[in-house]
Design a protein. Structure first.
Length: 490
């Protein structure tokens, strides 16, 4: 359907705007904001729920296993963006998948809130991972349909979209953490469910205002293939069940299982896209240009996503959380980064808009972002190996500020460049590839947590910080050849 690609990039006639952006951005902004509220609200208390003792309302799981589960779950969220993207591209279109995914997320949070013990965690995390994956891949694609490919507002629009994500990310951990510390974990999970219900309701009212391009099925699956796909899904579910029952997939190796699956999926995807007859020579070159960005992205997220693994444990045992004689909940640390995003995302959007064609190229932004998150890890060294609750809160705030600047150089820019580098026939699936880099990085963040030793932190922070800086420097040196592969996309 060649015409569908042209539909996807023709902008709507200028009408009322949302901060200078297409009006429909407000609706997608809203559902994504509430989804992030529920997602980060739940994730802020997830690790401590898993490893706190039963007396303290937790499940009493071993600490390194608990952090591995959090990493594996985070990796699975971004891995399921592939499923969402495929279903959007081949069956229902991005907008319908977004709506259906929001319903699945509500069910997942309700399971965590209402089903006690490990069964509630298993059912809840699987549903939230599937729903959030479907919503993430498609929300980005729907935002992409609001702009022409040469619209200079595009990066600024994605930065604004990112602001919505972070409003939700800020309030989620604050409110669920407060409820968890006052009345228990299940109340925190219930609040996450309530937030997602609010997002679903507000989105329902504005669905009809979205451009037709958001509903286009860009590469429809022939009806004759439906039984084959159904068979593959049934076999996959049976295989996973058998591996779990056979003790091959266990709680203590879940992160490694996700890492292997993501690497296999990544290799399969790159091969599928670069060998497809539907991809032109220039489009293929752009996909190859995306590979170094993918590697830098994995390195970045491997460190960044430790906010939900190592940093939770660090905040629990090492951070001085006393504020005027009151001890703040552990999960509140997860609200610091969104505050900085809210303060700085607008400035970043304004900066890129003001610089226009003079702004640094995407490979340079990626290189700086990856090196900077390495610098953030080195900033742990002056306070490493301290006594319990000895790290000043302000020092961690400084580290998270560096995390944020790194994130703004890579994450919204990554979403934007992916929509520009995507071949026409693989529009949503190319976005899923960017999310695969986050999936791999997040699962690695869970696996790396095994090597974190609170009694001897220096080797951990020093090694990871230096590796990230090294990868950033390598990408900076190779920025020009990468740009040549990107064929006119900066």
């Amino acid at each position: 359907m060649p015409s569908s690609h042209h539909d996807a990039v023709s902008p709507a006639t200028p009408k009322k705007t949302f901060f200078g952006q297409p009006r429909a951005l407000a609706n997608v902004f809203g559902v994504e904001m509430w989804e992030r509220f529920s997602f980060y609200g739940m994730q802020g208390i997830l690790a401590i729920y898993l490893y706190y003792s039963v007396v303290d309302g937790g499940l009493g799981i071993d600490q390194s296993v608990a952090l591995g589960i959090v990493g594996a779950y985070g990796g699975a969220v971004y891995l399921s963006t592939i499923v969402g993207a495929w279903v959007a591209d081949r069956l229902f279109g991005a907008e319908r998948v977004l709506f259906g995914s929001a319903i699945v997320i509500v069910a997942g949070h309700l399971a965590l809130a209402l089903i006690p013990g490990v069964p509630g965690v298993a059912v809840g995390l699987i549903l939230v991972a599937l729903g959030s994956g479907g919503l993430k891949a498609t929300a980005t694609a729907v935002v992409g349909t609001l702009y022409a490919s040469d619209d200079t507002r595009r990066d600024a629009g994605f930065s604004l979209f990112y602001l919505g994500i972070n409003l939700g990310s800020f309030f989620g951990p604050l409110l669920t953490g407060l409820l968890q510390s006052r009345v228990g974990f299940h109340w925190g999970f219930a609040l996450a469910a309530l937030g997602m219900v609010a997002g679903l309701v507000q989105y329902s009212f504005g669905r009809s205002k979205l451009p037709e391009a958001a509903r286009v099925v860009s590469n429809p699956l022939p009806k004759s293939k439906y039984p084959v796909v159904g068979g593959i899904v049934a076999v996959a579910i049976a295989a996973i069940a058998a591996l779990v029952l056979g003790g091959i997939i266990r709680a203590d190796n879940l992160d490694l299982v996700v890492i292997v699956v993501v690497i296999a999926a990544t290799l399969a995807y790159f091969t599928l896209i670069t060998t497809s007859a539907k991809v032109t020579r220039d489009e293929r070159s752009r996909v190859f240009g995306f590979i170094p960005l993918f590697i830098a992205s994995v390195a970045f997220w491997s460190l960044y996503q430790q906010q939900f693994t190592v940093l939770v444990l660090y905040s629990d045992v090492r951070l001085n959380r006393s504020l005027f004689g009151w001890e703040m909940p552990v999960s509140w640390v997860n609200s610091i980064n969104p505050v900085f995003i809210i303060l700085l995302a607008g400035a970043a959007a304004a900066l890129w808009t003001k610089m226009g064609a003079r702004q640094p190229s995407t490979p340079v932004k990626f290189a700086l972002g990856t090196a900077l998150v390495g610098v953030a890890f080195l900033l742990f060294l002056p306070v490493a190996n301290g006594a319990a609750h000895s790290t000043p809160l302000l020092w961690l705030v400084l580290i998270l500020l560096v995390f944020t600047i790194a994130e703004l150089l890579l994450s919204p820019v990554g979403l934007s460049v992916t929509t520009k580098l995507a071949p026409a026939a693989f529009h949503t699936q190319m976005i899923a590839l960017f999310y695969l880099s986050i999936s791999l990085g997040t699962a690695v963040a869970g696996a790396l947590a095994r090597f974190y030793d609170p009694t001897n932190e220096v080797p951990y922070f020093l090694f990871l910080g230096c590796v990230a800086i090294g990868i950033g420097v390598l990408l900076l040196i190779s920025a020009r050849p990468v740009l040549r592969l990107m064929k006119g996309v900066r």
